[in-house]
Design a protein around this ligand. Structure first.
Ligand code: SF4
Ligand code: SF4
Length: 77
C-alpha cells in the first residue's frame, strides 16, 4: 500500500493537495501547526493509490509519497 507522509509543520494550509487528490484521502486538520495553520492530513490512507498528485501540487514540498512497486486499483467513493 502507498504511504503518504505529510510534514505538518511545513504546511501552510492552502488545501491544494486536498482538492488534487482523486481518492479524497486528505482533509484539513482541526488543530493548528507550529505556524498557526490548519494542516492537511491523510484521513483515508487505505484509499491512496500512490499517484503523487498531492506531493506534486504542494507548493511547500510538505508531502512525500512512498510507493512500493505495485499497480493499484482505483477505489469507488
Ligand atoms: S498519492 Fe494520490 S491518492 Fe494518495 S493521497 Fe496523494 S493524491 Fe491522494
Ligand atoms: S498543498 Fe502542501 S501546503 Fe497546501 S495544504 Fe497541502 S500539505 Fe499544506
Amino acid at each position: 500500500m502507498p504511504n503518504v507522509i505529510i510534514d505538518k509543520d511545513r504546511c501552510k494550509g492552502c488545501e491544494l493537495c486536498v482538492h488534487a487528490c482523486p481518492q479524497k484521502v486528505l482533509e484539513m486538520s482541526k488543530d493548528l501547526n507550529v505556524k498557526g495553520y490548519f494542516y492537511s492530513k491523510p484521513v483515508h490512507p487505505h484509499k491512496c493509490i500512490g499517484c503523487t498528485m498531492c506531493a506534486m501540487m504542494c507548493p511547500d514540498t510538505a508531502i512525500k509519497v512512498e510507493v512500493y512497486g505495485t499497480r493499484y486499483r482505483y477505489f469507488a467513493y
